[in-house]
Ligand binder design. Structure first.
Ligand SMILES: [Zn+2]
Length: 144
């Protein structure tokens, strides 16, 4: 049975990886850059993380993921950070972010729940259909 977005987020491996990505992206108003990656699930249902190569200030290179799989593992989620905490910077997922998920045929596997976008205050989810919703409070997730 596929995992729910919440249960992916509740996984300790995933939480630690999202927190690490957030810290690595050097959040603030200068010198920040996006980080991201995939959450993978193996045949024994355990989750692991594949980080993408380091991004530029507001873009990122997504690793190849044909058929929503990496090697023998299913992609269950993707994630990236929005580390610019300045007030005039968009915190929620951008139109480009939504399109990137919605229009990617290789992000449509049965196990894929969507892409988490981590901002200072809120963790958003872009569903495979490109809809956005808030799934959790960032600082609450990182405090656990
Ligand atoms: Zn983004």
């Amino acid at each position: 049975m596929p995992l729910s977005p919440k249960s992916v987020l509740n996984n300790a491996v995933v939480r630690a990886a999202l927190k690490q990505a957030w810290q690595d992206s050097n959040p603030g108003v200068t010198g920040e850059h996006e980080e991201g990656g995939f959450v993978l699930q193996d045949a024994a249902n355990s989750l692991s993380i594949l980080r993408w190569p380091k991004g530029l200030q507001d873009s990122i290179f997504v690793s190849l993921h044909r058929g929503c799989r990496i090697d023998e593992q299913d992609i269950v989620a993707s994630f990236h950070t929005h580390p610019n905490t300045g007030g005039d910077f968009l915190q929620e997922p951008s139109e480009t972010d939504k399109r990137a998920v919605r229009d990617d045929p290789d992000l449509k596997g049965p196990a894929y729940v969507g892409e988490f976008v981590i901002s200072q205050a809120t963790i958003y989810l872009i569903t495979p259909a490109g809809q956005v919703r808030e799934v959790d409070d960032t600082q609450a997730v990182f405090a656990e």
